[in-house]
Write a protein that binds this ligand. Structure first.
Ligand code: KIV
Ligand code: ZN
Length: 498
């Protein structure tokens, strides 16, 4: 099986996602996870852009990861020197080669661009580093000039030549053809870097591999400039399962990596996103839920565990008896036939009213019909204090009783809500290891004394997801109440499953 190298640019192009800015600690956390995931190259940043970026790259280099740590530079001596001072394994140097960018972005002639590229590659090689060269906007570059600059970079010693589809205008057939044409000109390994402006970044990257590229630039969750880069998870799974290629990626870590990146960047994953979206392995219609309950391959291309996930059967108006029964089994509830039929008809009634029925709703409906008691109040909040302000780190201390025993914890956070939720998690982590998946705040009435309703979704280590609410005039209290309710629901459910 042919090995395709995965060049991850989450921390560079991914950080160029509008609205995303990571601290050096967050970048390091992501880099460590990418290394565990098994990517070949981590593009750690663009050091000349800021001191913080240099600090982040240095920290990632110092972490001694298995992956090659790379940084990006323009073909300018100052950029190169700053990057070299960060001691990466490799430098990815780029310069625009399309007429429009050379004229309006660089104000340089072809000859000047060619010389800058060659000088830059030689400088990197003279410093003993691996060099990857990118003719930026390659896919809008005159083909003769593109060939010439790729050849010149090869002769100057470039170890890899990356072909960026900078504004995402390619389609798979022309991408494959372009890479084949360039392979006739250079022997240096080729790479592709595709943007998603027309939603074709993954398809174009895979086509680049078909054309002969041996490396693909990707970003977790498809982050990147504008519409983003080719997504790591889609490219890797496509390479493994459709094109039968090998990569170093441990696919079982894909979902956790995606969650980490989403949490730290604040970019929420759309529910219908392939591989990592909430719905990617969820089934609702009766035909599908029945099918996957009997044989998962009926309606799944591969099993969710391959990417570190689990299948979810959603109760909704399209749901069938089998799906709901399977879902209830997982929730630890076992209605008899008559009760099951009542539950199914209640779920369909709600679905017909346009309500989507969450696991939590299903649990509540089933519990009522089966006649079981309310969940126990396993944890109770007995005290809460928060401090926040301009010159203080938001801090919260909470007092809880858990199974009747009292616990106290304090934590800091980005704000008082974050601090309070972290303090609760500190106490309950060993027991429930609950992760906040979604947080929504709604003001029910106007004014600064409005009642705030907090709606959260929390997930435990078994993949159980419940939603919970809290409503108070104080946002921190409402958030804490929702969190405590959510943890109680999960603990009740866990205890029932035993
Ligand atoms: O999209 C692009 O062209 C880039 C370059 C820096 C390679 O990100
Ligand atoms: Zn890019």
């Amino acid at each position: 099986m042919e090995y395709i190298r995965i060049f991850d640019t989450t921390l560079r192009d991914g950080e160029q996602t509008p609205g995303v800015s990571l601290t050096s600690e967050q970048k390091l956390e992501i880099a460590v996870q990418l290394d565990k995931l098994g990517v070949d190259v981590i593009e750690a940043g663009f050091p000349s852009s800021s001191e913080g970026e240099q600090k982040a790259v240095k920290a990632i280099v110092a972490a001694g990861l298995k992956a090659e740590v790379c940084c990006l530079t323009r073909t300018k001596k100052d950029d190169l020197d700053i990057a070299i001072s960060c001691s990466p394994n490799s430098i990815h140097t780029f310069i625009s080669t399309s007429e429009v960018q050379m004229k309006y972005a660089l104000n340089m002639t072809r000859e000047q661009v060619l010389k800058a590229a060659v000088d830059s590659v030689q400088y990197i090689k003279d410093h003993g580093l691996i060099c990857e060269f990118s003719p930026m906007d390659a896919t809008r570059t005159d083909l003769a000039f593109l060939r010439k600059i790729c050849k010149a970079a090869e002769e100057a010693g470039a170890d890899r030549i990356n072909i960026p589809d900078t504004v995402g205008i390619m389609e798979p057939y022309s991408m494959e053809k372009l890479i084949r044409e360039l392979k006739d000109v250079v022997k240096t390994p080729l790479s592709v870097h595709c943007h998603n402006d027309f939603g074709l970044a993954v398809a174009n990257s895979l086509a680049g591999v078909v054309g002969g590229a041996s490396q693909v630039h990707v970003a977790v969750n498809g982050l990147g400039e504008r519409a983003g880069n080719a997504s790591l998870e889609e490219v890797v799974m496509g390479l493994h399962l459709i094109y039968k290629k090998k990569t170093g990626v441990n696919t079982q870590l894909i979902y956790n990596t995606s969650r980490l990146v989403s949490r730290l960047t604040g970019v929420v994953i759309q529910p219908n996103k392939a591989i990592v979206g909430e719905n990617a392995f969820s089934h609702e219609s009766g035909v599908h839920t029945r099918g996957v309950t009997v044989e998962p391959l009926t309606f799944e291309p591969f099993s969710p565990e391959v990417v570190g996930r689990r299948r979810r059967l959603i109760a909704g108006k399209l749901a069938g008896k089998h799906g709901i029964k399977a879902e209830l089994d997982e929730l630890g509830l076992h209605p008899n036939e008559e009760q099951l039929m009542k539950i199914v008809s209640r779920v369909k009634e709600l679905g017909d009213k346009g309500k989507s029925v969450t696991d939590d709703d299903l649990f509540a409906i089933a519990r009522t019909i089966i006649g079981e008691a309310e969940e126990e109040k396993i944890i109770n909040l007995t005290d809460l204090a928060v401090t926040t302000g301009i010159h203080v780190i938001p801090t919260a201390s909470v007092k809880l009783t858990l199974d009747g025993k009292e616990y106290i914890a304090a934590e800091t956070g980005v704000g008082p809500v974050d601090a309070a939720i972290r303090a609760i998690q500190k106490i309950t982590d060993n027991l429930a290891s609950v992760r906040l998946k979604e947080y929504r705040l709604e003001a029910l009435t106007g004014g600064s004394n409005a009642v705030a309703e907090v709606i959260i979704k929390v997930e435990d280590k078994y993949g159980n997801v419940v939603s919970a609410r809290g409503a108070r005039e104080d946002i921190v209290m409402a958030s804490v109440e929702a969190m405590v309710n959510g943890i109680n629901k999960l603990l009740t459910r866990q205890r029932r499953m035993k």
